[in-house]
Design a protein around this ligand. Structure first.
Ligand SMILES: Nc1ncnc2c1ncn2[C@@H]1O[C@H](COP(=O)(O)OP(=O)(O)OP(=O)(O)O)[C@@H](O)[C@H]1O
Ligand SMILES: [Mg+2]
Length: 215
């Protein structure tokens, strides 16, 4: 089982949106996914309540319950766990990073968002966790994406795919769906699938490395 935490202290950067959409994309690839909602705002849970499908399963937790929830998930046969975190509650965010095998840091290509990332990355590095950054809510094309990707690459690995700002993300979320369900042939769905395969390759590599360590 692998756990991915969605973290950045910058509010509204796309943590919840990516968390839900990637969990569904992973489920569609055959994983058994569990979403853990650590955010007292309960945005992910509201989506889950609107949803008819039972998968991926979502549970609301507080930071102190995280280790026990992951233990139950492991015993319950889940293969991937996605942890959505609040923007600011630092103890909860630190707990999520500690519990994670990999942290995804979404960032909009704007100066205030870019400036907020070094602090988040410093926390992840201090806790010794692998991580990646991804640009979210970008314009559909243009120099701004490349410039922002270059700027972020100073901090750590940046996903080769940028998630463009598209209204289908909001439409799907309002319907309790992911973009891969709402508009399976759309560009947003393709970006989410591509982002998931980038993350999943990182997770596979991590499990390979830990097996090599044991050998
Ligand atoms: N790629 C996208 N295209 C269009 N809208 C998006 C996209 N990503 C996120 N949004 C919208 O931006 C807003 C903030 O996104 P989201 O809730 O995912 O951010 P967050 O980081 O979880 O915020 P918070 O810190 O408040 O938890 C939401 O209204 C969401 O629908
Ligand atoms: Mg959120």
């Amino acid at each position: 089982m692998h756990t991915v935490a969605f973290v950045t202290q910058k509010g509204g950067s796309g943590k919840t949106t990516l968390c839900l959409n990637l969990a569904v994309a992973a489920e569609e690839k055959g994983e058994r996914c569990l979403l853990l909602d650590l955010d007292p705002q309960g945005t992910a849970e509201a989506w889950y309540q609107d949803r008819e499908a039972l998968r991926p399963k979502l549970v609301r937790v507080i930071a102190g319950e995280l280790p026990a929830a992951l233990d139950l998930a492991r015993r319950g046969g889940f293969t991937r766990v996605f942890v959505d975190t609040p923007g600011r509650d630092e103890p909860a965010v630190a707990a999520a990073i500690r519990a994670a095998d990999f942290c995804l840091v979404p960032c909009r290509p704007t100066p205030p968002d870019m400036k907020a990332q070094p602090a988040t990355v410093a926390t992840i590095r201090r806790l010794g966790k692998p991580f990646g950054l991804v640009l979210s809510q970008t314009p559909p094309r243009g120099f701004r994406i490349r410039e922002a990707q270059n700027g972020l690459s100073v901090l750590g690995p940046v996903a080769p795919v940028a998630v463009v700002a598209r209204s289908v993300f909001q439409d799907a979320q309002g319907a309790g769906l992911a973009v891969t369900e709402y508009e399976p042939g759309g560009k947003a769905a393709a970006e989410i699938r591509e982002l998931w395969s980038w993350i999943d390759r990182k997770l596979e590599k991590l499990s390979h490395e830990s097996q090599t360590d044991l050998a």
